[in-house]
Design a protein around this ligand. Structure first.
Ligand code: NAD
Length: 426
């Protein structure tokens, strides 16, 4: 049996995610005037573990996989971050993504540190049995690294609730007790949270709504293009259209689909669910993903991959507002071009933080044994994102900086404060 994944796990081939992360961290350090020792303490991960995982494949052969877990920071709380299964996984990428998780939790006021993990593998070419053995081997190898009070994994590219269930089960066996709180993004029946599946897309909508209010954009007179029609892109499009925004373009790996009269997102979602992708979608004109980014729209939501907005295409972007659903969709060297052109960017660490926020509340529910309804969880998440936006917007106005630098400055400041309060031994 093969596990189902919505789309081929994209192979990550970005410019260099670690450099992009460091560039933005350096800017925040400058804004905050960090001293050298604090800067040095925060720039590198606290821990980076590489494991070698021999796995018996279905044909009886033994294949060895490399797995990673990087804990960037545990200053604000237990570290938190997804596990990625992809051929593109490497230590530098995991280090960069771990740091993003630190800043993401900090900017929305979640008491978590940041981590990330991954295994270099192609989940699409593996059977469910092979994936289960690989996941259990990873859990055993990382048993002293992860844990409900120390480091809590979640799904990411190429992983899903089933994989979280295997981690939870294996970890529980090792611990000699049922440990729901060791991972989030679990199936509901194993302690998952209502609202988790649509959390990130909902957060994108909440961030877009906050930004539209500040920019005096009326949702009902606004148009939007969404790149990527997976979990984040399709839910963002659905919820933005419920706010009155006209979604004129959507896309996935098969291409982009444009209709200036607006796309019926419910219909497109049903189509993509049935066919496995938007390929052949009829009620729109087929354009390229590159063309979608440059459409004359009010709002652009990149919700697919890293490094989609670059120095090359940034000068041609016409949207007034970019809300980053994906992680790292804008290369760091394109930031100033967008800023100079008066484009407001709600950066990834804020705009897509809905997922980690509801993950946090999944963990809280697991730890307390109380389970909440969808409306309550969604409301809690919205409060974090609305407050995060307000804090960043005020700082951006006060310091005359863009929202990305404001978010980073707020996040780094919170981690520095925790670092100073906790002190250094001896
Ligand atoms: P997904 O796998 O559900 O969807 C990805 C979408 O991108 C698919 O529609 C796919 O066809 C499309 N895509 C792939 N390659 C493409 C290409 N070359 N051009 C255009 N489209 C392409 O993934 P997702 O969970 O929606 O995640 C999307 C982004 O959001 C990623 O950057 C992820 O790291 C980030 N993110 C996701 C979450 C979450 O909770 N799912 C949370 C935070 C950040």
């Amino acid at each position: 049996m093969k596990l189902k994944f919505k789309e081929p796990a994209p192979i990550v081939d970005e410019l260099n995610p670690l450099e992009s992360m460091m560039e933005r961290f350096n800017e925040a350090a400058q804004i905050l005037g960090l001293d050298e020792s604090t800067y040095n303490a925060l720039k590198s991960p606290e821990k980076a573990v590489i494991v070698n995982l021999p796995v018996t494949m279905d044909d009886g052969s033994i294949k060895v996989f490399e797995g990673y877990r990087v804990i960037h920071s545990s200053k604000l709380g237990p570290s938190k971050g997804g596990i990625r299964y992809s051929m593109g996984v490497n230590l530098d990428e995991v280090k960069a993504l771990a740091a993003w998780m630190t800043w993401k939790s900090a900017v929305v006021g979640i008491p978590y540190g940041g981590a990330k993990g991954g295994i270099t593998c192609n989940p699409r070419e593996m059977s469910a049995g092979e994936l289960e053995r690989l996941t259990r081997a990873f859990t055993v190898a990382m048993r002293d690294v992860i844990g409900p009070e120390i480091d809590i994994p979640a799904p990411d590219m190429g992983t899903n609730p089933q994989i979280m269930a295997w981690i939870m089960d294996e970890y529980s066996k090792l611990a000699g007790q049922v440990s729901h709180a060791v991972v989030t993004g679990k199936p509901l029946v194993l302690g998952g949270s209502l609202g988790r599946v649509e959390a990130t897309g909902r957060g994108v909508m909440v961030s877009a709504r906050s930004a539209m209010a500040k920019l005096k954009m009326n949702p009902s007179n606004s148009t939007c293009a969404v790149q990527g029609f997976g979990n984040v892109g399709s839910i963002s499009a659905q919820l933005l259209s419920l706010q009155g925004v006209k979604i004129v373009a959507i896309s996935d790996i098969s291409g982009a689909y444009y209709n200036k009269e607006g796309i019926d997102i419910k219909k497109a979602s049903k189509y993509a669910e049935k066919k496995g992708s938007l390929e052949g979608y009829k009620d729109a004109t087929l354009i390229t993903n590159e063309e979608l980014l440059e459409l004359d729209v009010d709002i652009l939501v990149p919700a697919a991959l890293e490094d989609q907005i670059t120095v090359e295409n940034a000068p041609r972007i016409k949207a007034k507002l970019i809300v980053e659903g994906a992680n790292g969709p804008t290369a760091s060297n394109a930031d100033r071009i967008l800023e100079d052109n008066g484009i407001t960017v709600v950066p990834d660490i804020l705009a897509n933080a809905g997922g980690v926020t509801i993950s946090y509340y999944e963990w809280v529910q697991n730890n307390t044994g109380q389970y909440w309804g969808f409306v309550h969880v969604a409301k809690l998440m919205e409060e974090h994102l609305v407050t995060g936006f307000k804090d960043a917007y005020e700082l951006s106005k006060k310091k005359n900086i863009d929202m990305r630098r404001a978010c980073m400055a707020i996040a780094v400041k919170r981690v520095v404060e925790a670092f100073e309060l906790r002190g250094i031994w001896p």
